[in-house]
Design a binder for this molecule. Sequence first.
Ligand code: CLF
Ligand code: SF4
Length: 491
Amino acid sequence: MSSNVVPLSRITKMNPAPAAAASGCASKSCGSSDGRGDLPAHIWDKVKDHPCYSEEAHHYFARMHVAVAPACNIQCNYCNRKYDCANESRPGVTSEKLTPEQAARKVIAVANKVPQLSVLGIAGPGDSMFDWRRTFETFRAVEKSLPDLKFCVSTNGLALPDHIDALADHNIDHVTITINMIDPEIGTLIYPWIYFQGRRHTGIEAARILHERQMEGLEALTAKGILVKVNSVMIPGVNDQHLIEVNAAIKARGAFLHNVMPLISDPAHGTRFGLDGQRGPRPAELKELQDKLAGGANLMRHCRQCRADAVGMLGEDLSQDFTLDKIAEAPAYDPEPRRLYREVVTRERADRDRALATASADLAEAAPAAPTKLVAVCTKGGGRINVHFGHAGEFQVFEVDATGVRFSGHRKAESYCQGGYGDDDKLDVVLAALDGIETVFVAKIGRCPKDDLGKAGIEAVDKYPFEYIETAVAAWYAERFGSQSTAAITA
Ligand code: CLF
Ligand code: SF4
């Protein structure tokens, strides 16, 4: 079992934030990155345990996907069918395909070992709604043993309008539709063909049918009160600026979240875009587009583009710990670990709320004209700074100024520490991941990497180990950019 899952014992040992550090923060905690205070109670109830629909929940809860739906009814230029569905997964990693019965066994095995598990998603490796028989058979099998698990599906939308009632009947509150265009002309650049009503369609006709079915499905779901997340793949020069119109169109139809994902187009994956040299967006381009979308449909910024058989907290991958050969033939479900974990999370959330409540006081001390800063954080959940710099496989990025601390995204890296020693090659990868960031918060860091970061102009802050991210960042910011500080005066 990977050490990335936060075990109960670890959660309960987390230090409460010391009063001295219970500093300012206006970080919003839910939905996209909106706070629960911004959401009606019945919506908060639907998203509070869903790691994708709530940025706050992704610090506490895990999802798993079961790869039961291999068939697909369209072709996307960013997909190679030999690999996973790129809508919800990283291309280039082949999944273990499961029958619904095997999937139900796997869910029990994961639930027994990963108490953070709260959501079962079906995201391919083809299309969950085209392969609807296997999808619903899996949900029927799982709900017998784990009736409290939330179900979630992801689809390209073409077959979606035919299954709205079935989704509602299974109490599925969360549906993702991948919508890359509302203009069929642009659609022709992304979809060479679709298979619909017994025949293949190409060109503008294919894109028009897909667009109409996506909008029909979105409207039907929101009319039933089902939360819809729209994923859009950002393809520079193809649909990047068009996604502003997509955002407005889906907001008008009641979408709950918009998740703009960067195109992954490694030629080694053999996709049309990859082979044609179509590039993906740079992190700065993605952020620029996301910033332009502020004020439209709520944005999800914490997506990890996970695989169709992903298991664990977002950003980690335990799928290899739960392959079929490692699962008992008839595992018995033990609900106790998940029940205990939820009690811990309830306490943690209350504790964090208390810490955040005092946060704005510190930020209020910052000079109003103090600059906005991007900082990186080493964390593996719980909303705390709880990873050694050398073990960080990714950094979460936060934006801070006098008005608050806001989640901004994440940057993939590679653990600098290999077998107890720092790896200079890995340091280059880490420095590239920290591009544009001058401060990284760590639970701990060795002297050598601290010096190396310093030479690259990056300060490693290790004085807030295991404290809440937002309170620590706010305390640091207030100290650095308080109205009396030199930095604030010279900034
Ligand atoms: Fe899976 Fe998708 Fe449901 Fe989440 S993933 S089906 S909504 S449970 Fe989440 Fe993964 Fe991003 Fe998807 S981080 S790729 S948004
Ligand atoms: Fe591939 Fe998914 Fe597109 Fe189907 S919907 S072609 S599986 S990326």
